[in-house]
Design a protein around this ligand. Structure first.
Ligand code: DC
Length: 227
């Protein structure tokens, strides 16, 4: 069976990571969450005081971009976790503050340039599933299988709300929906590598699909490319 690169792009909170992780686990591929890398840069910048409500200190971030080292390690339960300069930051990078910062640092060309460089190195041997916003368009334009995942903003907001409720976090639907729409707007309209479907990507709208239906669809597409 030949090894391929699977690029999964799409909007926030549409289940990209879950499907990418499950496919990688089933077929024995490496899974890389590229959003976690932007989140790690955001966390680093917040810790240094370079991101405030109103501004980003892009000059300081640029000077220090090469001192940000991001790795993924698999924990005892087989789950991939994000490390920033040797420290496990998997929980810290999932906060709303870090997500909002990630959406902002990801508009900076020098940040994208550095992270894309690292992501391309990870794909040299193929056998990788990477999810993000520009994987099929910029990171791996040669990927053999490209998926563009979408779901309505309302459905994504409800999924996010359910996830937060499961963690005991309180939020209201309108607020979460506004945040989903704000991030969509920023992801699609930034100058650097905006979120868009690659011409050769397959659209997977999972608004009304169960997780199992979605995984089966993805597996069928994968099998077609590898057998
Ligand atoms: O997928 P996520 O929510 O973890 O991504 C965090 C932020 O990083 C999101 O605002 C979009 C951005 N991102 C990006 O610009 N390019 C990627 N390849 C992955 C994420």
């Amino acid at each position: 069976m030949n090894k391929i690169i699977v690029a999964i792009d799409g909007f926030s909170s549409c289940g990209k990571s879950t499907m990418a992780k499950e496919l990688a686990g089933e077929v024995g591929y490496v899974y890389v969450d590229s959003g976690a890398m932007y989140r790690a840069v955001s966390l680093f910048s917040i810790q240094k005081g370079w991101i405030t409500e109103t501004a980003i200190n892009a000059d300081e971030l640029k000077k220090n971009i090469e001192s940000i080292h991001i790795d993924f390690k698999t924990n005892a339960e087989g789950k991939s976790e994000t490390y920033l300069n040797g420290e496990n930051v998997e929980t810290d990078i999932r906060s709303l503050e870090v997500a909002n910062g990630a959406s902002r640092v990801s508009t900076l060309g020098f940040v994208r340039h550095e992270l894309v460089r690292q992501q391309q190195l990870m794909g040299l041997k193929k056998g990788i599933v990477m999810d993000g916003r520009d994987i099929g368009t910029v990171v791996f334009p040669q990927a053999e299988l490209k998926i563009f995942v979408t779901a309505t903003p309302e459905i994504r907001a409800q999924r996010r709300l359910d996830e937060m409720a499961a963690k005991g976090e309180k939020a209201n639907f309108e607020e979460v929906l506004a945040n989903v729409k704000e991030r969509d707007e920023r992801d699609q309209n930034r100058e650097e590598s905006p979120l868009r479907k690659a011409d050769d990507a397959v659209v997977l709208d999972n608004s009304y699909l169960t997780r199992e239906e979605q995984n089966n669809l993805l597996r069928t597409l994968f099998n077609k490319k590898t057998y």
